[in-house]
Ligand binder design. Structure first.
Ligand SMILES: Cc1cc2nc3c(=O)[nH]c(=O)nc-3n(C[C@H](O)[C@H](O)[C@H](O)COP(=O)(O)OP(=O)(O)OC[C@H]3O[C@@H](n4cnc5c(N)ncnc54)[C@H](O)[C@@H]3O)c2cc1C
Length: 398
């Protein structure tokens, strides 16, 4: 069998292929664009094809849920401590707490030495590690195997991650189904390259990224918290900052994010979480944050109902208007932009001020203004296309 994994334009970096390989013939490498890709070590490969079967892109895997019973809710954790440490309303932590109290395992993303990675936890005192969004791609290698071994013991497993990672888990499990598995995916803006992160850390003032988002300035404010040279925590304002600015611009995202195959209202995951951007019903809750919780299955419904959450039914219109990414993924044209195509070349050769202007929208002089205007027009066009598509889409829901 000829082994051919997803191309660089389609591979989501979920890493399920590496876990599926019994011969450890797939290594995960960081390519010149600062994204993770699988690389096959030919001398170890026996061409069994298991890696291809576990790839949610090239196998015949579908992430769409056929029963279409999904419903959106506005929610937040009743426990203020939990809520304050989370990016939106703390829905994830409330759900995770319920699983842990039932003696289950929770799998999610932590950050260690500025690298996001999936880990499994068994106790509530470790829950803080998984709270908060880490706006970089997490290293998920090994976690699918680990989840499988926990599932086989019969313990409840809550597996969280981006939709491509949940798709990776289901494709990895294949025909093996488990009643003790609950999955949580996210509405995702796409994952940025590691290049801005590594460049930021190279500047030497800061040695480690600790968190991407806190609520010191209220819900919605992103602020990098970093350790400085003397290992003191510092909140780094966004102005002139590489990491979050380049995440927001989306110009360094994985190619697969521009054409995400795992968007949609009806998903295989049991629950989808996001920020409830644009909420108008619970204004007094905005400072502390509101989660959008989409329940897709009965299993998801039971878990959410038993968790320590305030939960209010909402409508697709309300949650889609300010979060079209639920159904339209990311900016339509960025994939074809020269900035994305030449990512590896530019980050290796160009000055910091050039990179800040091109990828972060932070301009050091007026010569950049024509480019700024170009970017603004592209953005306007994208908004026009997305709003038009969204209006059409919402009218089909009525
Ligand atoms: C890369 C990325 C892009 C996102 N884009 C959007 C968006 O465009 N719109 C929107 O409304 N919401 C987006 N989110 C989700 C949002 O930031 C919150 O995670 C979500 O609202 C849940 O918040 P919470 O308060 O319930 O839980 P929190 O405690 O804030 O979130 C923790 C959950 O996020 C998971 N997680 C954290 N970092 C990662 C990661 N790097 N990869 C995979 N899973 C991770 C953890 O495993 C856990 O399940 C994004 C999240 C990530 C990681």
């Amino acid at each position: 069998m000829k082994i051919q994994l997803a191309s660089r334009f389609e591979c989501t970096g979920c890493m399920a292929c590496a876990d599926a390989c019994a011969h450890k013939a797939i290594n995960i490498v960081i390519a010149d664009d600062g994204h993770y890709y699988p690389r096959i070590e030919k001398s170890k490969c026996i061409e069994c094809g298991l890696c291809m079967k576990s790839c949610p892109i090239i196998s015949d895997f579908s992430y769409e849920r056929e029963d279409k019973m999904s419903r959106p809710y506005a929610a937040w954790a009743k426990d203020d401590k939990i809520r304050s440490k989370s990016s939106s309303g703390g829905a994830f932590a409330a759900i995770a707490q319920q699983i842990l109290q039932e003696g289950g395992i929770v799998i999610g993303v932590t950050i260690e030495s500025s690298i996001a990675k999936h880990i499994a936890i068994e106790s509530i005192c470790e829950l803080y590690k998984l709270q908060g969004s880490k706006y970089q791609q997490s290293k998920a290698v090994g976690i699918y195997q680990q989840a499988l071994s926990y599932l086989k013991t019969g313990r409840k497993v809550l597996f969280s991650g981006t939709a491509c990672q949940i798709a990776g888990l289901y494709a990895f499990l294949g025909k093996r189904t488990f009643k003790n598995l609950v999955t949580v995916d996210l509405i995702c803006a796409g994952v940025p390259s590691r290049l801005p992160i590594d460049k930021f850390l190279c500047q030497k003032d800061f040695v480690e990224i600790v968190s991407y988002r806190d609520k010191v300035d209220g819900w919605g404010g992103c602020c990098l918290t970093v350790l400085n040279q003397s290992r003191k925590m510092v909140r780094k304002p966004l102005n002139g900052e590489l990491v979050i600015s380049s995440f927001s611009s989306s110009l360094t995202d994985r190619y697969s994010c521009f054409n995400c195959k795992f968007i949609g209202l009806y998903r295989k995951a049991d629950i989808t979480l996001a920020d409830f951007w644009g909420d108008k019903d619970f204004k007094e809750e905005h400072r502390a944050g509101i989660s959008l919780v989409i329940i897709h299955s009965l299993l998801g419904k039971n878990l959410v109902n038993t968790s320590d959450l305030k939960l209010y039914e909402s409508t697709w219109e309300k949650c889609l208007l300010h979060n079209p990414r639920l159904v339209y993924g990311k900016v339509l044209m960025a994939k074809y932009r020269l900035e994305r195509r030449l990512l590896g070349y530019f980050w290796g050769r160009k000055s910091l001020s050039f990179l800040l202007a091109l990828y972060c929208g932070i301009y050091s002089n007026k010569l950049w203004y024509p480019y700024k205007v170009f970017k603004y027009l592209v953005w306007k066009y994208n908004m026009y296309v997305i709003n038009k598509k969204l209006t059409e889409f919402i009218s089909t829901l009525k």
